[in-house]
Design a binder for this molecule. Structure first.
Ligand code: SAM
Length: 218
């Protein structure tokens, strides 16, 4: 794919419209809306598809994977309640769009992708855009124990269950946001760590993600 990094009036206008649409759909967190309004989503698309970049849809990014739907990115970001300086682990870098939103929210981001081609693309594109997370290549279903504990963990692929190892990598008071279900649909689940072995779990809306593939996954 040939990337081009120009943010002109047409794209800026479409991005504003997207933010308005997300607000209408129920996203309330102003910081999340501001971040969506700032990150040029069309930079993750070949120029041929720029007219698709600000539609509220997931879109293929190659290797059978997708850039998440803006509503889903906003929904998960809102649930995470990212505070400036939070140490956030993101599992499933994909295009890196969600990563940029987390960085705009002030997080220090550790992001892991299992597909080599996506990883190599993202480690070039994000720094070029000025975004600098810590990149990792590998199976994120086990988290990244070497850098734990985290304030927040976000999983951007559908898991069959909540991996125990991820829970152990949360700080006390830390939060995991993970879609859990079967191949067809997943419930968004939030899990707050309240003590060594105490967790508060909430099940929310239904989504459809690509599968989380790995040792502690499909
Ligand atoms: N939020 C991303 C974005 O905006 O582009 C979309 C991520 S895509 C829906 C899910 C990603 O999770 C895919 O790139 C997939 O390769 C990755 N993935 C699946 N299983 C994984 C695992 N065990 N470890 C790391 N990444 C994984």
């Amino acid at each position: 794919m040939a990337y081009k990094f120009v943010d002109n009036y047409r794209e800026k206008g479409a991005r504003k419209q997207l933010v308005n649409n997300l607000e209408k759909r129920g996203i309330e967190d102003k910081r999340v809306l501001q971040a969506i309004g700032k990150v040029p989503r069309h930079f993750f698309f070949d120029e041929t598809f720029w007219n698709q970049a600000y539609r509220d849809i997931a879109f293929p990014i190659g290797d059978g994977q997708t850039i998440s739907q803006p509503y889903t990115v906003a929904y998960q970001s809102e649930l995470l309640h990212v505070k400036k300086g939070d140490k956030v682990l993101e599992i499933g870098t994909g295009s890196g769009y969600q990563t940029c939103i987390l960085l705009e929210l002030g997080a220090e981001v550790f992001t892991i992708e299992r597909q080599e081609s996506l990883y190599h693309r993202t480690i070039q594109v994000l720094p070029y855009m000025g975004y600098k997370p810590h990149f990792f290549l590998g199976d994120g279903s086990r988290g990244i124990p070497d850098h734990a504990p985290y304030d927040k963990i976000i999983v951007t692929a559908g898991a069959p269950f909540v991996p125990e190892l991820m829970l152990k990598q949360l700080k006390y008071g830390g939060l995991l946001v993970i879609p859990v279900g079967d191949e067809k649909s997943q419930k968004m689940v939030t899990i707050l760590r309240v003590g060594e072995n105490d967790f508060e779990r909430i099940e929310l809306d239904t989504f459809r993600f690509v599968p989380l593939v790995g040792d502690q996954a499909w």
